[in-house]
Write a protein that binds this ligand. Structure first.
Ligand code: GLY
Length: 352
């Protein structure tokens, strides 16, 4: 049965949890003349050809992962759209993980100063985070999503059947963002995951649907209050300040969600040593993350390099690194001007 979550951003649109993304997409495409589907070769092989009344579908193959989000890859995509004569009344559709929907959305935001697009996330991370909330972007050598735009899709279609083909590693990495939603807004998420293994979660479709629904609902509410990340939306970056630094430092060899997991472990240590969270909440971070096989250690880093990357975080103001913190599960705040010794000490615990 389909479920709808409404998002109020620069316009109102639906996130539809559906058992038939193809049918839903065809319904949307019927009113268009042309539709540019952006996806990887693997997805292209999986989906075959789409057909909808008078709509002509064209397919653009993009490299998987962050490679597809380089300026060179974006330029090729813009030129393909222009060479194909796509117009403002046509539609872009991104089918894939977060990297694919990010770049498809950014192409839609910028080509002809903006055309409509539909996001079809095929990973857990994409469904609960990247495809929700209208952030689109591409990478520079200096960091991920250093260029981008807020440009909401007209619809997001989440079909859980995609997730059955994900590797355990990808599935668990996506759950890191779900767990993050639990810490910042919804203790129920943590209760449902606590004590479960990855296999027991994966084999329980109802639980997976519930976790995805809850996470999307949290993101919809946060984005509805603060679309352009004035302040509240930053809470979605719990664990991401250190996590992004690890991601970049590891040259993207770790998955985004794995880095977020390490980032939440870092925050657990930092907040605990500053007396911001109890022993129980500190321990909960590790039992939940480790319980589903997510990493909570990072041994590969040089602290000064990681700290330098953290200071370039988009939440930073001036020279001060700004962290999203929780005072209790579900209650967030910001932390700035942390003593260097505290930052280093939390890092040493993540390394040990
Ligand atoms: N991924 C964080 C956000 O969408 O704001």
């Amino acid at each position: 049965m389909s479920k709808v979550i409404k998002i109020k951003a620069e316009r109102e649109y639906d996130v539809l949890m559906t058992e038939d993304w193809r049918h839903e997409l065809v319904e949307i495409a019927k009113s268009r003349t042309r539709c540019a589907v952006i996806l990887t070769q693997v997805m292209r092989d999986q989906i075959g050809n789409l057909e909808a009344d008078d709509c002509e579908f064209s397919y653009y193959l993009i490299p998987d992962g962050e490679e597809g989000k380089s300026p060179a890859s974006l330029l090729k995509l813009w030129n393909w759209l222009a060479a194909g004569g796509f117009t403002r009344s046509d539609l872009i559709v991104g089918i894939g993980g977060g990297a694919v929907t990010d770049i498809a959305g950014f192409a839609a935001a910028t080509y002809l100063r903006g055309i409509d697009w539909v996001a079809i996330p095929t990973s857990v991370a994409g469904a609960v985070d990247a495809a929700i909330g209208g952030k689109t972007g591409a990478n520079l050598d200096y960091g991920k999503n250093m260029i981008g735009s807020f440009h909401s899709p007209i619809t997001v279609l989440i079909d859980l059947s995609w997730f059955t083909t994900l590797s355990d590693r990808d599935f668990a990495a996506g759950l890191a963002e779900v767990i993050k939603c639990g810490f910042i807004r919804d203790e129920e998420i943590l209760k449902r995951i606590q004590g479960q293994s990855l296999a027991s979660i994966r084999s329980n479709n109802e639980l997976v649907a519930d976790l995805i629904y809850r996470s999307v609902a949290i993101k919809a509410s946060v984005v509805g209050n603060d679309f352009k990340e004035g302040f509240e939306r930053e809470i979605l970056n719990y664990g991401h300040t250190f996590g992004h630094a690890v991601e970049q430092h590891s040259k993207y060899s770790l998955k985004h969600g794995e880095c977020v997991s390490i980032g939440m472990a870092y925050m657990a240590h930092l907040q605990h040593s500053l007396g911001l969270i109890t022993d129980e909440v500190h321990k909960l971070h590790f039992s939940i993350l480790q319980g589903i096989g997510l990493p909570t250690h990072y041994k590969g880093g040089d602290w000064l390099e990681l700290r330098a990357i953290m200071s370039r975080d988009k939440k930073s103001r001036g020279h001060s690194v700004r962290f999203v913190v929780i005072s209790k599960i579900g209650i967030t705040d910001r932390l700035t001007d942390v003593a260097q010794g505290e930052l280093l000490s939390a890092y040493e615990k993540v390394c040990s």
